[in-house]
Design a protein around this ligand. Structure first.
Ligand SMILES: O=C(O)CCC(=O)C(=O)O
Length: 337
């Protein structure tokens, strides 16, 4: 795509994403992209027919690899997730398997149990209160459009992006989530990411590179950032710098669904508040595990296995074991995963 077309498409995307009405935020097709009338359902690769998504929404996801649904999760549910997160930070509850992460700029010696030192909790599949997010009917209704009816919740996170210390470590480098996943096919995996408050460029919104879900999985590694990098924040070393970027400005409760090959990241939090979002990666229970040995995913496999060995005290554990433990069925049957 040449630069003019890329920037025209970006402008259209931005106009639609900034639309503030309740309902769905989707971009319309631009010149150079076929009209809806001439679109044939057999061309769909990334979405499934189930009468939830409109033709326009399906086409938007097919072309861009993400779809924002406005106002999907209620304030009451978000408040419950917030309360539970605070309880975890104060160490009032310790759900089995949960990882509590802190920003790289906070030394271990300064660790006091409080929301202010936790940048993320992940693997909350054993915390029934947070895990409710992954079972919300309004979320699963959309997830099914990408995974089909047998749904596994595979990876859960609540991200509490801290105010940046000045070292720019609150950024999340551009990456593809599939780098972390030893299961396929990628088109049967989707992330749901819900803003727990209004999120914009000031507090570090998601940034996505539309259309990159159509490309291959790229090699990832730690970026060479002067101020340090958070654990497991692998980034893509090489990507097309001319690919347009879209900053997803979202209101509390808005949810973006995106493909695991979509290149995305998030910016620095320039405010004094902690920017919160809750997310889950879902997969079709028919997905299968792959062996990542000899692939670009070997580096993350080594890291995850080594952390899991320490965390659970096992001498032998495989990447597949880690994911089998993380995964929980949320609709239909547990099949391969
Ligand atoms: O919430 C964010 O800042 C980015 C999260 C993200 O992209 C991830 O954890 O994969």
């Amino acid at each position: 795509m040449d630069r003019d077309r890329a920037s025209a498409r970006l402008r259209v995307l931005l106009r639609h994403l900034s639309c503030r009405s309740a309902g769905t935020v989707i971009a319309r097709h631009t010149s150079g992209v076929g009209s809806l009338a001439s679109f044939h359902p057999q061309q769909f690769q990334y979405t499934r027919e189930n009468n939830v998504l409109s033709l326009e929404q399906r086409k938007f996801y097919e072309e861009n690899g993400f779809l924002v649904i406005k106002n999907l999760v209620s304030d009451a549910d978000i408040q419950r997730f917030r309360n539970e997160f605070e309880r975890i930070c104060r160490e009032e509850v310790k759900p089995f398997g949960l990882s509590v992460m802190r920003d790289v700029t906070i030394p271990k010696s300064e660790y006091v149990p409080s929301e202010k030192v936790v940048s993320k909790v992940q693997d909350f599949q054993e915390d029934e209160e947070l895990f409710r997010y992954c079972t919300l009917p309004e979320i699963l209704k959309y997830v099914e459009c990408f995974t089909g009816p047998n749904i596994m919740a595979m990876h859960t996170m609540l991200i509490n992006k801290p105010p940046d210390s000045g070292k720019k470590t609150s950024r999340h480098p551009l990456h593809q989530d599939l780098h972390y996943f030893p299961f396929r096919p990628s088109n049967s995996i989707v992330c749901a990411w819900t803003a727990m408050e209004d999120i914009d460029r000031n507090n570090g919104c998601l940034v996505v590179l539309p259309g990159t879900h159509k490309g291959p999985l790229k090699p990832h590694d730690y970026p060479q950032w002067e101020g340090g990098v958070n654990i497991m924040f692998h980034g893509i070393q090489d990507y097309d710098k001319n690919n347009g970027r879209v900053h997803l400005v979202m209101e509390k409760g808005d949810t973006v669904f995106f493909h695991p090959l979509l290149i995305h990241g998030s910016g620095r939090n320039k405010t004094q508040g902690f920017r919160k979002a809750i997310s889950c990666h879902f997969a079709d229970a028919n997905c299968h595990y792959i062996d990542v040995e000899g692939t670009s995913q070997e580096n993350i496999e080594k890291e995850v296995v080594s952390v899991a060995k320490k965390k659970y005290g096992f001498k032998e554990i495989t990447l597949k074991d880690v994911w089998t433990f993380r995964g929980r069925v949320v609709k239909g049957q547990r099949i391969n995963l």
